[in-house]
Design a protein around this ligand. Structure first.
Ligand code: NAD
Length: 261
């Protein structure tokens, strides 16, 4: 499969899952616009590495996914400098954990904006070009929490369920234009973010590393193994292929069996 001559925007791609998806799409030949926060020198190093490793063009846009005007400008940036936005991966996301009655209102608003509304604004801006070219792929990084809830994650669970609804709606509106829209829904993915939580949890709960991994982090995941960023990226790349042209409006779990229970 080749994505040569395709241009992809991946939001929240300065680290973790998004960076791995950006690199996997570049490995298939797609030009990339990466987005997200981070130390400018480190972001520039990742951008340059994508160009050097895969021989594609890679742009960086620091649009804040909580700002609708910046999101629209980011899509225009890709269209102006790469020529189009053929693939849109809505991946930026944050988390906050607290009981509903103590959940800070500004955290609720921020999570709904970054994890849900940003995808609406990006799809809205990218849709006209995809429809005109009669080809497009929208991949939304949802979560097992787009299908089931957990306590204390009200904003995240709500945003991810909403993202599934938005993705399905886009799929129906784009169905006759050669454009697909799908969610990928990981369980726990081994990212530096997760890895960094382990020592603190070991100390706070007086547990061994194995107990933290199996009884706390992977409690919900029957395989008792983390999903890897490479596995998530491979699924995203497959959804961008021609073989996946009839997969649209789907929400594909990659969660070690979590949502089968
Ligand atoms: P991460 O923290 O490593 O990456 C998040 C990315 O989003 C970073 O590039 C960050 O800079 C960017 N970002 C955050 N706020 C932003 C904003 N306002 N504007 C622009 N960019 C912003 O996290 P990750 O684990 O790679 O998560 C990526 C996505 O995968 C998220 O949507 C998350 O909900 C989802 N997810 C993660 C897991 C997991 O276990 N790690 C599981 C299921 C779903």
């Amino acid at each position: 499969m080749s994505l040569k001559s395709r241009n992809a925007v991946v939001t929240g791609s300065t680290s973790g899952i998004g960076l791995c998806i950006a690199r996997a799409l570049a490995a298939e030949g797609a030009n990339i616009l990466i987005n997200g926060f981070g130390d400018p020198a480190a972001v520039e190093a990742e951008r340059a590495k994508i160009e050097a490793d895969f021989g594609v063009k890679c742009l960086y846009d620091g649009a804040d996914m909580s700002k609708p005007a910046e999101i629209a400008a980011m899509i225009k940036h890709a269209e102006d400098e790469l020529g189009s936005c053929d693939i849109l991966v809505n991946n930026a996301g944050i988390q906050f954990v607290a009981p509903i009655e103590e959940f800070p209102i500004e955290k609720w608003d921020q999570i709904i904006a970054i994890n849900l509304s940003s995808a609406f604004h990006a799809i809205r801006a990218a849709m006209p070009g995809m429809k005109a070219r009669k080809w497009g792929r929208i991949v939304n990084t949802a979560s097992a929490h787009s299908k089931v809830a957990s306590p204390f994650k009200s904003a995240y669970v709500t945003a991810k369920h909403g993202l599934d609804g938005l993705s399905k709606t886009a799929a129906l509106e784009l169905a006759t234009f050669g454009v697909t829209s799908n969610c990928i829904s990981p369980g726990y993915v081994w990212t530096p973010l997760v890895e960094k939580q382990i020592p603190d949890t070991m100390a706070a709960r007086h547990l061994t590393k194995e107990q933290v991994i199996n009884d706390v982090l992977l409690h919900a995941q029957p395989t008792k193994e983390f999903v890897t960023v490479d596995q998530v990226a491979a699924l995203a790349v497959f959804l961008c292929s021609d073989a996946a042209a009839q997969i649209t409006g789907a929400n594909i779990s990659i969660d070690g069996g979590w949502t089968a229970e």
